[in-house]
Design a protein around this ligand. Structure first.
Ligand code: CUA
Length: 248
């Protein structure tokens, strides 16, 4: 009987402890770095403007620099940071924030951070990676002076929509979030897509381009394959992508 009580007490204690830890993490806004084993490593650094004050930053660490080396974003912005390495293991710390990630070959690491205060944030490598390790750095300028993302001319956007309609895309893909055979285009751009093979991709320019040219290259989970490849000229694909960005 006494054993039973001891076991119960132990279980209650562990649950309480887990609860306190979860609460602390939430209260302090601790961003736990995550290793995303299901996102394929990438070799191109870039900033994706998802919405006002929402960015997705793809950092590539390589001996001995970070790409992109310099970016500018607005104060109050939240950034989803994805980190990949082109060669050896690196570290990535954004000084003045709680972001401290490892760039490990074959994996993508992730953290979310909000830049409340304007200023220049230094990004440094904190994992010894060779003779120039100490020079490996990048900068994030958090400033009001960021040029607003140049909106593509209305003609391009209207063109993008017209191409989707002319090519028959809208027969299977709704533009307003409504149910459709191929899934809606609303909110597609910049989202994570779960694929039938269990991996995940980000619906960025490259993904959309490939999906139009080689629809069966990446099949989204739960969607029937069978979309025909479309002979859309590259410039038209660019117009489509610009238009899709506006469907948030
Ligand atoms: Cu890269 Cu140290």
């Amino acid at each position: 009987m006494i054993e039973k009580r001891i076991i119960t007490a132990a279980v209650v204690f562990v649950l309480a402890l887990a609860g306190v830890i979860a609460l602390t993490v939430k209260q302090l806004g601790i961003g736990l770095p995550t290793c995303l084993t299901d996102v394929r490593p990438f070799l191109e650094g870039k900033v994706i403007d998802q919405a006002p004050k929402r960015y997705e930053i793809h950092y590539v660490a390589r001996m001995w620099r970070f790409e992109p080396a310099e970016i500018s974003i607005r104060p109050g912005s939240t950034a989803d940071i994805y980190l990949s390495t082109a060669d050896v293991t690196h570290g990535m710390q954004i000084v003045g924030t709680n972001v401290n990630l490892m760039a490990v070959p074959g994996a993508v690491n992730y953290a979310r951070v909000t830049f409340d205060k304007a200023g220049d944030y230094l990004v440094v490598c904190n994992e010894y990676c060779g003779i120039q390790h100490h020079n490996m750095a990048a900068r994030i300028h958090v400033t009001d002076k960021v040029a607003a993302v140049a909106a593509p001319p209305p003609a391009v956007l209207a063109g993008g929509r017209k191409i989707l309609e002319d090519q028959g895309c809208t027969a299977c893909h709704s533009l307003d979030g409504g149910a459709s055979i191929g899934g809606t285009f609303k909110g597609l751009y910049g989202r994570k897509r779960e694929l039938a093979n269990g991996t995940t991709v980000i619906a960025d320019d490259a993904y959309i381009r490939e999906s139009i040219e080689k629809p069966d290259a990446k099949i989204v989970k739960g969607v029937d394959p069978g979309m025909p490849p479309l002979p859309v000229p590259p410039a038209d694909i660019t117009a489509i992508i610009e238009y899709l960005k506006t469907l948030q």
